[in-house]
Design a protein around this ligand. Structure first.
Ligand code: AVJ
Length: 317
């Protein structure tokens, strides 16, 4: 079995149909993890964040709630907070509650409905906050509103979403965040840390099977949106830790030899053959700092939990 070649890039093809047809045509079938998040996938991910085995969300939340004041110290009333891939902006509230009246919050997300709902909620909770949503995919160049380009800014990228990118892509993404932000900016980013393989695998293979449902939902989505005929029952979720690459890989493994059709194209699976659906890289604090440096950032403070399960880094442009 050669399941370790062929990286899943976080955004080569934005179009779901193109990504699926191209991805299923590769020797190691692979579909980018960005496509796991349809409405059902997003709801299942929310459920994952509350699972006992899935430590990242609760650990990062605890770090943000303890150190929010330090993270945004010095940002004046003319400041801007830019969040990349803001989603529901739940973690952002810790930072927003520490900001001066008049500060502008710019959530950037592909989902316009998520942007709208977050803007409504945050404007109600923080009446003096100026919310200026930007619709866009953070893995493409983002344009800040013209009048904000010379303001002091803090970029925010929580959730260890950076973990979906292997080192070269992570460096490229960090560099593009630097280009999107005003010249002298601070960047606050959450990064999951390397740890015992057993705990990592448990976090991506929970006992309740929520992560399995999250992964298998990709096949349900293909069936619905791309006229697919995947027999979902004949695929199983697999999460493995590759210690050399330092990453969790999620796969959908076919239990049997079978043909599947998507948009009229036929794809063959041998028994045991998989579709690679996600990489979740784990970085030591030193590895992450090295990548940030390679992307042109200066490193600042580092916040972690007592167990050093998760890290929040401060970078400077
Ligand atoms: C949202 C990319 C940070 O890698 O931990 C959770 C996604 N996949 N369980 C992660 C995920 C399976 C998550 N990120």
């Amino acid at each position: 079995q050669t399941r370790h070649q062929g990286a899943v890039h976080a955004a080569p093809a934005d179009d779901f149909a193109d990504a699926v047809l191209a991805g299923l045509s590769k020797p190691q079938k692979a579909i980018s993890s960005q496509f796991l998040y349809d409405a059902r996938g997003s709801a299942l991910f929310e459920e994952i964040t509350g699972l006992p085995e899935y430590y990242p969300t609760r650990t990062e939340t605890a770090i943000l709630s303890a150190y929010a004041a330090e993270m945004v110290d010095g940002l004046g009333a003319d400041g801007v907070l830019v969040e990349f891939g803001s989603g529901s902006s739940v973690k952002t509230e810790f930072l927003l509650s520490q900001l001066r009246p008049g500060v502008v919050y710019v959530p950037v997300d592909v989902s316009e409905s998520a942007l709208y709902e977050a803007a409504q909620r945050l404007s109600a909770r923080f009446p003096t906050l100026d919310v200026r949503p930007v619709a866009g995919n953070f893995s493409h160049p983002i344009r800040l509103p013209e009048d904000l380009k010379a303001r002091p800014a803090i970029g925010f990228f929580p959730g260890s979403t950076i973990g979906n990118f292997g080192p070269p892509d992570a460096v490229r993404l960090l560099r593009s965040f630097g280009r999107a932000l005003p010249d002298v900016s601070r960047f606050i980013i959450g990064v999951d840390l390397k740890k015992e393989a057993r705990r990592l695998v448990a976090a991506y293979n929970d006992r309740e099977g929520v992560t399995a449902a999250f992964n298998l939902n990709l096949l349900v989505r293909i069936n619905r949106e791309l006229a697919g005929d995947f027999d979902v029952e004949s695929f199983r979720h697999e999460a493995i830790y590759d210690p050399r690459a330092g990453r969790i890989e999620m796969h959908l493994v076919s239990d049997v030899t079978q043909d599947v059709h998507v948009l009229g194209c036929r794809f063959r699976f041998k028994a045991g053959e998989s579709i690679h659906t996600e990489n979740s890289y784990k970085y030591t604090a030193e590895q992450f700092r090295e990548m940030a440096g390679a992307a042109g950032w200066h490193v600042g403070r580092l916040w972690t939990d007592a167990n050093t399960d998760f890290s929040v880094h401060e970078l400077f442009g």
